[in-house]
Every structure is written in structure tokens, then in C-alpha cells.
Write a protein that binds this ligand. Structure first.
Ligand SMILES: Nc1ncnc2c1ncn2[C@@H]1O[C@H](COP(=O)(O)OP(=O)(O)OP(=O)(O)O)[C@@H](O)[C@H]1O
Length: 303
């Protein structure tokens, strides 16, 4: 469990995190979503105790991380590309890390297996691809078998296989009852990975919602309707909460009704339909609309 309460961080005049409060619960993947510069990395650094809050607090499993006797067992984090000695093998890197924290060597082999690096465990990490480097970073985060896992933009720059692998790993860790907190600036990725979303823009909380609610509320499907009786059809489709636009003759774009309802009403009124297509608004569009005001304010202020 991670609890962030009224957390703020100022760098001189710059407000990186602004009175942010949220809770990350165990058993699910929680996505930490926001445009670049929204304050995600700063928040994660404060959770890890690497940055001191200007005000407010962040606790991991009930206490500030520094107050835990064995912090590596409480939280494992991948914050940014780790500085790994390029001449050292993946196994030696993990062994060195394990030795400093009293973790047995057998656990090193376990995590190497878990992240799929067993076959290259003795190769120089300097020769690793970006994806292999990410796997090694995740192996480091999992070394202490932590109850909470926090990853900052883990899929950045990965190929589709790597993205799918991370997605499944995170879901698996959550299914084991762990707390999983993962940041991204990509709504579409978070929609596939997370159950809960904490959305921030310009250091402030924009939403803390289940992904299903976000998808349902923020995304309005647009239904494309073509009919030789389009003008008459407008009359039977109009109503509260329904927006109908027409960009070409005989075609309507309807927001606020499902394709089923439109089909039923057209049939009941005896109108012919030549097309009835549901166009899903992209999640990325919904996310941008949600954070737009705060982002624009930010730009205005900086200018
Ligand atoms: N050490 C620092 N000194 C001054 N400003 C900083 C520092 N660290 C972060 N900032 C500023 O604070 C804001 C939030 O940055 P942060 O890196 O936390 O955002 P982010 O959401 O993680 O974005 P990104 O995905 O681009 O890393 C940015 O405007 C950034 O320039």
C-alpha cells in the first residue's frame, strides 16, 4: 500500500507536485498517468525517500520508507535507467546488490528466471538491448520479494513483445496480492494494464478512478449513420444528451445514443439505413481532453 497525503514539491518557483493525495491499494495494478512534466517522477522519488517533500507525506505499507527495517522487502522500484556497470554480468550486478542487503544468492537466480534473463545471466550487461536492460532493472526491483512494486515508465522504448511481457508481469504481481504502481504518459497502455488510474497534470490530481469508469465516462462513441432519409432521421434521434452533426449529405454523426437504439428507432419510423458504424473515440483523445486545461494553464504561465 502506498499513501500520498497532501504532497507538494517546489523547486524554487517551480511547483512540480501540488497538494497531491491518493492511495495505491494492493491486489491491483494502479496506473500513474500524466503528460510529460506532470510530476510523476518527482512523486515517485518522494515515495522512495529520494527527494524531500516541501510539505505533505508519502508512506509505504504504513510508514515512511526510511522508517522500515528492511526497505527492499517493502518496495522495489525501477525509477529510471539504472547505472549498471557495463562490464559486469547481469548475475554479478544482482549478486552485488543482494550482498549489500543480506539477500541470498539463490534469490538472484530466482529473479533472473522470473524476468527471463537466465540464459544471458553471465553476459556483460553492457551488451544488453534496451528491453534486456529493463528486465534487469525489474529483476533488481523484485530482488527483495517486495510487497509493493513501483515502476516509472517501464515500457518506454520497448518493442511490442517487451510491452506485453511487462504488462503480464505486472498483472501477475498484482494477482499475488502485491501493490503495483506504474507510471506512463500513454493512456492506451494504461487502459490495458491497470485497473485503477491516478491521473495528474501539472503536479495536481485530475482523477482517481477505476479504468472502466474512465473509459465509459470519458469516451463517447460516435455513431456514423447514412440514410437517404437522414433529415427525417434527425427528428427521431434528437433528444437530451444527444448531439447530431452532419458533415456530408445523407450522413449523420451521432453522439449520445448507441447503434442499437439508432437502428431500432429508424426501423420503427420506417427509415432505411445504409450505414450504422460505431467509431470508438480513442482513449488518448479522452485523456488529452481531461488534462488539457491544466496543461494550457501551465504553458501560459511559463511564457
Ligand atoms: N531537480 C529538479 N529541479 C528543478 N525542476 C525539476 C526538478 N525535477 C523535476 N523538475 C520539474 O518538475 C516538473 C515535474 O517533473 P517530473 O519529472 O516529476 O514529471 P513527470 O511527470 O515524471 O514527467 P516526465 O515523464 O517527463 O519525466 C517538471 O516541470 C520538471 O521540469
Amino acid at each position: 500500500m502506498i499513501e500520498v497525503v497532501r504532497l507538494s514539491k517546489h523547486y524554487g518557483d517551480k511547483v512540480a507536485v501540488n497538494d497531491l493525495s491518493f492511495t495505491v491499494r494492493p491486489g491491483i495494478v494502479t496506473g500513474f498517468l500524466g503528460p510529460n512534466g506532470a510530476g510523476k517522477s518527482t512523486t515517485m522519488r518522494m515515495i522512495m525517500g529520494l527527494d524531500r517533500p516541501t510539505s505533505g507525506s508519502a508512506t509505504v505499507n504504513g510508514r515512511p520508507l526510511a522508517e522500515h527495517r528492511a526497505p527492499l522487502r517493502e518496495i522495489g522500484a525501477l525509477l529510471e535507467a539504472k547505472a549498471i556497470h557495463p562490464g559486469r554480468s547481469a548475475r554479478d550486478h544482482l549478486l552485488a546488490l543482494a550482498a549489500t542487503t543480506g539477500i541470498p544468492a539463490s534469490r538472484v537466480d530466482e529473479v533472473l528466471e522470473l524476468v527471463g534473463l537466465r540464459n544471458v545471466a553471465r553476459k556483460r550487461a553492457g551488451a544488453f538491448s534496451l528491453g534486456m536492460g529493463q528486465r534487469l532493472g525489474i529483476a533488481s526491483a523484485l530482488l527483495g520479494d517486495p510487497r509493493t512494486i513501483m515502476l516509472d515508465e517501464p515500457v518506454n522504448g520497448l518493442d511490442p513483445d517487451g510491452i506485453l511481457w511487462i504488462r503480464n508481469l505486472l498483472k501477475g504481481l498484482a494477482a499475488e496480492g502485491r501493490t503495483v504502481f506504474v507510471s506512463s504518459h500513454l493512456m492506451s497502455e494504461m487502459a490495458l494494464t491497470a485497473e485503477q488510474l491516478v491521473v495528474v497534470a501539472r503536479g495536481q490530481l485530475v482523477a482517481d478512478v477505476p479504468v472502466v469508469d474512465f473509459v465509459q465516462n470519458a469516451v463517447s462513441d460516435r455513431i456514423r449513420v447514412r440514410s437517404p432519409q437522414a433529415t427525417d432521421l434527425i427528428r427521431v434521434l434528437s433528444g437530451p444528451g444527444v448531439t447530431i452533426t452532419s458533415t456530408e449529405r445523407g450522413a449523420l454523426d451521432v453522439i449520445g445514443l448507441t447503434a442499437d437504439v439508432i437502428g431500432d428507432r429508424a426501423f420503427a419510423a420506417g427509415y432505411v439505413l445504409h450505414e450504422l458504424t460505431t467509431e470508438r473515440a480513442s482513449l488518448e483523445e479522452a485523456f488529452m481532453a481531461m488534462t488539457k486545461d491544466l496543461t494550457e494553464y501551465s504553458t501560459g504561465k511559463a511564457a
